[in-house]
Design a binder for this molecule. Sequence first.
Ligand code: SF4
Length: 111
Amino acid sequence: MSEPISHSRRDALKQFMLLCGAAGALQVTRSAQAADAPHLAPADPTATALAYHEDAKTVDAKQFPTYQPGQMCSTCLQLQGKEGDAYRPCNIFAGKLVNANGWCKVWVKKA
Ligand code: SF4
């Protein structure tokens, strides 16, 4: 037979549940903020410096010899966010969203 939960344990459980709810709400807020971030413009100075392309298929392999077919943001280690979203955060371009089909010079294969 189980013992009734004491007030202090019940209070601790309530606090824990409130904290879990607050953490979940914070996560939702962060996701919403990330989804609201502006798209990275190819004309952005940092984007230009790293040869960011909105569409990896438009990368000139002669101009950028490190580029290989199949390289794109969605296969890059630096891409964050939700799989399947067209635009997602990238560790390199803080506060901006990159096209999942894009590419830049610092592409690194996702493990
Ligand atoms: S670092 Fe990776 S994910 Fe970010 S823009 Fe470059 S290729 Fe895309």
